[in-house]
Design a protein around this ligand. Structure first.
Ligand SMILES: [Cu+2]
Length: 262
């Protein structure tokens, strides 16, 4: 057993550095994580006694210029951005030189016998100004995924999973929110709109609650981890995945910083 564990750690550290380049990020597919079995006690992150992993997702390259999206095919969409236009959200470099919308999650290392409680709150995705808000979301397997349409125009939301079932559904202006969920772990699921080709978002579906999306300061915090050795992955839609291995003890906090070269 020990040998296998060492091998996993080594493999984790060898792939630090990510893939980079201009190609769209490769989708990481991992073993499906089934919802908790009936009868078993469900675990929740132990924020008082567990380990914490914090860090930032830095961007060391030259800040790319994002194109203004051409929404002229749909006047309602174009009107929503009158004057300033809407830039692509593919790469957003924050003021402090970090990346927004990186998805950071515990890729492996959690105890195999634990089943994690699914949060009862829904994660929402809004179609607003013919953009998905927010651009990147994370949710647990089985967690409610709520889709809203705040626009005066029709949308057709189309997640493009590879291990979950594919679906697409139209949503008209004023239509009630629709609620879906994903049964299997999948990092990441690209989402497109079948009406507006510029619309894109990404959904990280994880079989446990240890994940985060970086915001305007490019940082992340993952709390309440059981003591252990973990592979932490940062995923970015343009710059791909990067991984690092970290060991965290009870009530211990470790820093894991990522840096993309661009
Ligand atoms: Cu649309």
């Amino acid at each position: 057993m020990k040998k296998i564990w060492m091998g996993a750690v080594l493999a984790g550290s060898l792939i630090v550095g990510g893939c980079g380049g201009d190609k769209p990020a490769e989708t990481a597919k991992t073993e499906a994580t089934a919802p908790a079995a009936a009868g078993g006690a469900l675990a929740t992150p132990d924020e008082a006694n567990g380990g914490t992993i914090t860090g930032k997702v830095a961007f060391a390259g030259e800040k790319p210029k994002m194109a203004t999206l051409d929404m002229s095919a749909n006047p309602a969409c174009e009107r929503a951005h009158k004057g300033s236009g809407q830039k692509s959200e593919e790469v957003i470099v924050n003021e402090n030189g970090t990346l927004k919308y990186a998805f950071v999650w515990v890729k492996s290392g959690l105890p195999a016998d634990k089943q994690w409680a699914v949060p009862t709150t829904a994660v929402s995705l809004d179609q607003n100004g013919c953009m998905y808000k927010p651009h990147v979301i994370g949710l647990m397997t089985g967690q409610s995924f709520e889709i809203k349409n705040s626009d005066p125009t029709n949308h057709n939301i189309h997640p493009m999973p590879t291990v979950n079932p594919d679906w697409n559904e139209s949503q008209s202006p004023g239509q009630a929110a629709m609620t879906k969920s994903f049964a299997r772990q999948e990092v990441m699921i690209p989402v497109k709109c079948n009406v507006h080709p510029w619309m894109r978002s990404y959904i990280g579906v994880v079989g446990h609650p240890f994940f985060a999306v970086t915001g305007d300061d490019g940082t992340f915090t993952i709390k309440g981890l059981p003591p252990g050795t973990y592979v932490i992955q940062s995923w970015h839609e343009k710059y791909g995945p990067m991984e690092q291995t970290v060991t965290v003890g009870a009530k211990e906090s470790k820093t894991v910083d990522f840096s993309y070269k661009g």
